[in-house]
Design a protein. Sequence first.
Length: 357
Amino acid sequence: MKLHNNFQLNGRGFSSSDELIDFSKEISEEVSLFFKSWFSKTLSIEVHTSGSTGAPKSISLKKEQLFHSAYATGKELDLGPHTKALMCLSPAYIAGKMMLVRAMVLGWSLDIVSADSNPLKGNDKAYDFSAMVPLQLQNSLDKIHQVKKLIVGGGVVSQELQEQLQTIDTIVYATYGMTETSTHIALKQLNRFPLGECSQHSFYKVLPNIRIYKDTRNCLVIDAPKVADTILFTNDVVDLISDTQFDWLGRFDNVINSGGVKLHPEKIEEKLSVILSQRFFVTGISDEQLGEKLVLVVEYGGLKVKTFKYSLEQKIKNLETLSRFEVPKEIYLTSYFVETATQKIQRKKTLDLIDLA
């Protein structure tokens, strides 16, 4: 794999891969190790999954697949040579690694900063592109205008945050993908819609050379030969809008069957996000009459429990977007959520800490 002639890292260009590897040691050991692996004779690299939907594992991805993924993103978002990009994600996982790959193969000028929760703090530079998780975007709203185009992944963008995005100039896209597909294979625009359109009509649109369909569970199936070795049968329940567009409903393994009614927690959480600033999730627990009953779990911090719970119950009662089936039967409060290394909430492990009696 060759370096693009226009590639720069933290303001510096390189005449050889060895020079880049030596310089990257000053940034971090993780970045340096990735470059060593990228320019080695092996045809693939090892990547670790985050463990948000199962036990973390190491998988092998072909360098050629990462190249095709980078090229597809560059073409879709019109990010060619000399693009000024900001990397604020950990290079330990695929999202961070792909920022490095995109920069190298597309000829970007890439700045690397620490992967903290407020990546633009103290930084007044202007960028053409960056990638963040929802928390980073939320904390950067006052400075996000410094980035022209932004992709957001690693978690659901709440309805409240989506509404805040409508007043900013940055074009923001939600991503759909996984480690096995060399990061995202589809994008959904969240703001800056053409005149006459709105977010309700925005769906995920797949990148070029990717075919999608549904299996018997109504879960998404991905045929992406340029970025994945095999056809991928996901656990993501979707509505297919067209051959290239889909609406994500939630995880099949999260679906709650309550009295014969199938509920998608992620869609309910989207509605509840307008009244909850705390972190939360909804899930199903065993119930003799319903089979499963819908419950709400909130990370309450140092709030007064009784006052907070009563206030929340009243807000839910007045939330017109919720159907009667989507109203939680119980509310549980916990002082903290169990997380993965990439700060994704582990629902089952969190639930195990709570006294549900």
